[in-house]
Every structure is written in C-alpha cells, then in structure tokens.
Design a protein around this ligand. Sequence first.
Ligand code: ATP
Ligand code: MG
Length: 438
Amino acid sequence: MNDVLPADAALWELFENTVQSVLKSYGYQQIRTPIVEPTSLFARGLGTVTDIVEKEMYSFTDSMNGDELTLRPECTAGVVRSVLEHNLTYDGPKRLWYSGPMFRHERPQRGRYRQFHQVGAEAVGFNGPDIDAELIMLCQRLWDDLGLTDIRLEINSIGDAQERQRHREDLIAYFEQHKDQLDADALRRLNSNPLRILDTKNPAMQDLVNQAPKLLDYLGDESRSHFEGVQQLLRNNSIPFTINPRLVRGMDYYNRTVFEWITDQLGSQGTVCGGGRYDPLVEIFGGKHTPAVGFAMGVERLLELMKASSETVSVSQCDIYLVHQGEAAQTQAFTLGERLRDAGFDVVLHCASAGSLGSFKSQMKRADSSGAPYAVILGEDEIKLGTATIKYLRETDLQKNQQSIELAAVVDHLIDHMTGQDDHNHVHLHAGQIHTHH
Ligand code: ATP
Ligand code: MG
C-alpha cells in the first residue's frame, strides 16, 4: 500500500481530471459506493473459484456485531448492489462511473499493489453491441487525451452460459488428455473453472492452451452477431483491435464481449484496463434480468505509463510566491495575496518558520523551489515607493527578469503576463499548477 506524495499527486490530479472529463463527455454519471461491503456480496458476485475470492480478499469479522466484511477488491459488485438497492434503472438504463481504492492481498510487485486504484464505468440496462463499442471508444479517447500511444486493444467473445458449457465439456476432455502438462493451479481448476486455465501465465503451458478448443467456435447466432456488431462499430470508428480467442476475464459473471487494453512498456503487469459484458450479474444479485457492460482501469499502471511517455509534466506549488520584509510589508502582502487570489491566481504567502521569516535571500530560495513562475516582492523600499517588485523566475534573460510595478497595477500586470505566456508556452490546466510541455 503506497503513499501518494505531493510530487506525484499532481500527476494523479491530471489523470483524474482528464478521466472525469472524458467520462462526462459520454454522459457517464459518477456513483460512490462504500469501501467495505458484506463478504457475501463478493463471493456471490465474483464467483467462488476466482483468484480474488479464493485468496485475495481482505476479509474480517466486525468485532462489534459479528458481521463478515471485506474491503472491496473491485467495484462492479458494489455498483450493481447499489443500482438494485436504489432501483436506479427504474426509468431506463444508466451510464455510471466510479473511482477509488481497491484492496487485494497479492504479492506486491511492480504494477501490483495491495491497495490500488481503479476508475471504472458500468453501463447498466443496455444490451446491444453499441454500448460495448462506446465503452471501448471512451477508453481510446482517454489514452489519446493522456498522450498514451502504446496501448493495444484485444477483444473476444465468451458467449453465453450454454455456449460456454458445450465448450467447457470439450475443454475438460482436451485437458484430461494432456493432464501431465498441467500445473497445480490448472489441475485444481480442471473441473471447477477450466476456462481460467486458458488465462494461465505459466510459459510452460502456452503451447497447450494455444491448441485448446476455442470458445469462439462454439458461439451461437446471437452471440456471434453481437460480437460482429461490436467489431463493425470499432472498424467504422477506426479503433484498431485484435481478436484474442484466449482472452477470458477473472470474474465468473462475464458473458459475450470481453476486452483488455495492454501495453508492453510495463513488463508482465501490462494490462491497464479490462472489461466486458456481465448480463447475468443483476439477476444473480436478485434483480430482474438487466444486461450490463463495464470496464475497470488500473490507475497506478496508467500513471507509470504516463511517466514513461515522452511528455513531461512539470509541477509547481503556485503561480506566485509572495516575499516580504518588515511589518508594513507583511500587512500589504496579506492584502495583495487576497487580491491575487480573487483574480484566480494560486498564491503562496511566505510565512514564518523556525521562529522567523528568514532573510530575503532565504525567502527567494523558497520562491525558487516552489516552482512558481513569479515572485512578488514587498520590501521596505517597495513600501516607501508604493510599488512591488515582480521577479520572473523562469526568465533567463537577466535584463528582463525583474520589474518594479505600481502596487495598484500588480494584479492586472500579472494577468496580462500570464495570459501572454499561456498562448505560446504551455497549456494551463484548470487543475491548477500542472503544465504540460509539448
Ligand atoms: P491481473 O491479471 O493483472 O491480476 P485482473 O484481471 O485481476 O488483473 P481486474 O480485476 O480486471 O484485473 O482489474 C482491472 C485492472 O485493475 C487491471 O487491468 C489492472 O490494471 C488493475 N489491477 C488489478 N489488480 C491490481 C493490483 N493488485 N495492483 C494494481 N493494479 C491492479
Ligand atoms: Mg488479479
């Protein structure tokens, strides 16, 4: 479980703002569900022979009342519970999204943590291939907006329960014939969840699973035409994809469309987003049949990818660092600080530490390390003259890096200067001090 320190938090903010605006641009509405849910919710929703339920859940007994509880390992179960509890689909289908921490007791490694974060979308009440394609296109738009180019799309259809049952029988027969090549995990799954054997990461079993009967060959007309519909829409919208007949998802509740977004830049933890259709889940939870489809993306993995991509994100604490010396100057600095904030600037006013404000020089050091483009200086001379000195901290030309301005004109002057800078230097994001340099 990781701390996100201020230096990284800015990248998180950039990611979160981008993802929010992309989801909003497709009409998805946010839902926030509790981090703790009854353990039975996940056992019922995810299936008892899944990795998550078998060995990854942080489950505990509430010592006050004996309730069996679990820190959510994923959010689909919680969202569906909430949709049912509040009858959210009473007036039609809903496009929902969520964001937050998830907990899985896994062996920590690069891209795999015990508290990690997901952003996900769930489209509840839609049955056509159109919404499946929309969710995939939404992801593509997000990668584009984040400047991520090295993410590829794999899709598959895992059909419906009957189709999987026929495939499953043939699959078990096939693996029975090659029992000597199965590892312990696979042997354990052979009769409980053989489809998951196809998802093995064991290199020694790759040939075996490649030759195994393919679920795609077992699809009936409806599943097949749904899958073709998804592909057609992706082609129409120029979204490249490959069909991976071995792609299955970790949870039992999926049917028909499944997809993953994968990068080669993160080593073996290369899946940054996974999703699919889960038409049976609402009924499993006791609701009436309600088709649904969704995805979840791993925020830590995407942030690592953002860091690895060539675009640099520079971070500053504020736009303006206010330096002052003397009592009269301090009074003026407080007033000026508020006026600058009224105008929309982010301002750090130098405050005392270790018992004093510190020398002018040490204050300027703070101003520099804040990353602010401007220092505004109020010293005794400035107070006498009714001015402020503006120091342009990013200006390398020494002739141009300092200017004396009438106190009353400081705000307007800085607005003009910043607007001019914005036009040709960088994108100034609403999030605050995050500038993306191209
Ligand atoms: P994996 O095969 O890597 O274990 P998964 O199938 O368990 O992934 P999902 O349950 O589909 O993953 O979760 C969606 C996304 O959440 C994953 O594609 C990944 O990006 C991210 N994710 C899952 N588990 C972790 C984890 N322990 N740490 C960080 N990110 C994770
Ligand atoms: Mg996993």
